[in-house]
Each structure stands twice: as C-alpha cells, then as structure tokens.
Design a protein around this ligand. Structure first.
Ligand code: F6R
Ligand code: MG
Ligand code: MG
Length: 366
C-alpha cells in the first residue's frame, strides 16, 4: 500500500512573543483536520508544535504536492489565525502566511513542507524531527551522520542492506537546483557542499540497495520566497527507520551532540541545537536556544500509531546540559561575530543605515 506522509508547518502567531503555540491553536487545527479525516481526505493526522511553529503531520493516499491536501493545510492555518491568533492578539498572527489566497501549492506561500509517497513496509517506524529558531541547513550535520558516518550508524558497517551506502539529493537553495551524490564514494563532495549550511541543504536520502527512501526534509526558504528575509524557516524532516535503513537509535544518536546552527535571536546568531521533549519545546533564553523535538510513529495502513516523544528521556540530559553551557559561552560574545552571523546571513541588520549615516565621516586612511 502506497501512503503519503505530509508534514506542513507554519508560524501563525505565538505566546509570548515568539515563544510557543498555545493549546487553543492546537485544538482548532485538530478540529479542522478531524473533519478532513472523517470525509476520507486524510487517513490520519497528528497536530503538535515546536516553539512558535504549528506542525500538521498528515497521512493520506493522494501523493505529494496534492492540491486538496495543501489547501487543507492552508485553510487550517488561516482558520487558526482567524479564530485564535488574531482574536487573542497572539504575537505575529499569521506571520508565515505570505500569500493572500491559496494558489495550488503551499510550498511557495510561506509554510514549510516535508512530504513523500512510499510503499508502507510490513512494519514502518518513522521519526519526525521539528526544529525552531533555525534553518533547513540545521539538518545537514545530523542527516549526514545518520546516513553516511559509520561512527554514528553501526549499520553502515555491519548491516548488509546498508553497507553499499546512500544517495544524497542536495539542493542549492540559491539556484533552486538539486544534485544526487553517492556515499561513501563521493562523501567528500557531499561534505564540500553541505558544510555550507546556508546554501546547500539535504532534500532527501535513499539507500542504494532497493533505492529505499530514507529521509525527506523541508527546503523552502522564506527569505527567497518573499525576496527578503521574513523569518528563519524553522525546518521539519522525517526519517524512516529499521530493516535496511538506520535503526531508530542510530537516527537519534547525532542529537546527543548539540551542534551549532544559524538562527536563534532575530535569526541572526549561532546557537546549539538543543534536543527537548514537546513539553519543553518553547523558546526562552535569547529567544531560544534553538530547539529540536523528535516524535516516533509506527504507520499501520496509513494510521499514525503513537507518537513516542523521543527526547523526553534522561539519555538526552547531557546534550541539554552541554547545549546550555555552549549557549552561555556564546552569549558572552554579545554582538560580535562569529556568535552573531555575518552580514549576508542576518535576518535583521542596521549595517546599511549606519554606514549611510557615517558616509561623510569616513576619511581615507594612510
Ligand atoms: C527568530 C525569532 C525571534 C524574533 C525576535 C524579534 O526567528 O522569531 O527571535 O526575531 O523576537 O521579533 P520582532 O522583530 O517581531 O520584535
Ligand atoms: Mg514567531
Ligand atoms: Mg519558529
């Protein structure tokens, strides 16, 4: 049976400031999706949030980029904005809804999308990752480690079905082009690209054996859609697990290291990506630190069994504590690079205005 998993997310307003989605928003979104499930459009759904991003996790039989499914997500975001965010004057109500009317595909309209159609296996474990206060390039490091680093994924060495390696589809977000690269033979080329997290982003990964889909990430860049930066496009991705793909534990392993990502306060800083449970998926210190949550599901004929909140676990205490230590260290740098991003990556900047103001006061240096 072929099933489609569509994860569509947007920041449509939060409490307080850019901190967290509220229960009323989750409830209104669930009400909308329940109607779609009863009508048969959706097979199943789960509504959640990470930080100020509302996440719609949906299964159906309609394939990717389906107009009805995308319209359902769009209408849900509009509905929650109108009935909750605006009424309660939540901060940034409707922020990511950049278009005035639905035009067939939410991808170009503000929300982030990770979706794929695949044959549901005899048993289909899936982990959904959702992050706030960062960008799609934040997945590059963990996805590489999951699918190409034998020091993370033992299966690359000792599982016959993974031993041949993987194919990485990498997107150049500036040129809107993709390239397929093979690991392990082209690992250094993969790293040459994805080490530049602001420009090259992993879009999907397949295992070479049977061309099995392993992972899909959201790659929309709000900055490029709007022609200017309008908010870091807090990303989502999902990874299929087990039986010829990395095990769930191998998929979670990279997050024991809170690597540095771009985003955090005003989308203009670097910070550690802290793994947290959904109950702790709200942004506080310096509007962060950037956070990631992971929900584990089993698919059963398209039904989402679960979720299990994977980072709600003392095994990630050390990573959280390390993340807080790194956050503390970085914040002592105040406005100085590299804790603050370079001019071309900053979401907010006053540099041009300051330079214009001081133009006549610059003298030729000897
Ligand atoms: C970062 C983010 C926040 C805001 C910050 C200022 O992605 O959402 O850090 O950038 O709170 O927000 P405004 O400009 O809305 O006052
Ligand atoms: Mg916000
Ligand atoms: Mg956000």
């Amino acid at each position: 049976m072929k099933v489609t998993l569509s994860i569509i997310k947007a920041d449509i307003g939060s409490l307080a400031g850019h901190s967290t989605v509220i229960p009323e928003q989750l409830q209104e979104a669930s009400n909308k999706l329940l109607v779609a499930k009863k009508s048969g459009l959706l097979t199943d759904f789960h509504v959640t949030h990470v930080g100020d991003d509302l996440e719609l996790i949906m299964t159906h039989l309609k394939g990717i980029e389906n107009k009805e499914i995308h319209e359902l997500a769009w209408d849900t975001f509009i509905h929650v904005t109108e009935t909750v965010s605006k009424r309660l004057k939540l901060y940034g109500a409707g922020q990511d809804l950049l278009a005035t009317a639905f035009s067939g595909n939410v991808k170009a309209m503000g929300p982030g999308v990770a979706e794929a159609e695949f044959e549901e296996r005899i048993s289909e474990p899936i982990v959904v990752f959702m992050a706030d206060k960062t960008e799609p390039g934040a997945w590059n490091h963990p996805l590489y480690r999951i699918f190409a680093d034998p020091f993370c994924t033992a299966g690359l060495v000792i599982d016959e079905d993974l031993h041949d390696g993987c194919i990485f589809r990498i997107m150049d977000v500036h040129k809107n082009t993709t390239v397929d690269l093979r690991t392990p033979e082209e690992s250094y080329d993969v790293l040459a690209l994805i080490g530049n997290t602001g420009r090259f982003v992993i879009q999907s990964i397949f295992s070479k054996k049977n061309n099995l889909l392993g992972a899909v990430a959201s790659t929309s860049k709000l900055s490029l859609i709007a022609g200017k930066y309008v908010g870091k496009d807090d990303p989502v991705c999902f990874v299929r697990a087990q039986h010829g793909l990395p095990a769930v534990g191998e998929i979670l392993e990279p997050f024991a290291f809170p690597h540095l990502v771009a985003g955090w306060m005003r989308g203009s800083h670097i910070g550690p990506l802290m793994p947290v449970s959904i109950k702790n998926a709200k942004c506080t210190r310096f509007d962060g630190p950037p956070r990631v949550s992971a929900l584990g599901f089993q698919l059963a004929n398209g039904m989402l069994v679960g979720p299990s909140d994977m980072f709600d676990d003392p095994a990630y205490d050390l990573a959280r504590s390390k993340a807080n230590e790194i956050a503390d260290y970085l914040r002592r740098h105040g406005p100085f690079m590299p804790a603050r991003l370079g001019a071309e990556e900053m979401e907010y900047t006053t540099l041009k205005k300051v330079l214009d103001k001081l133009k006549t006061r610059f003298n030729k240096s000897n």
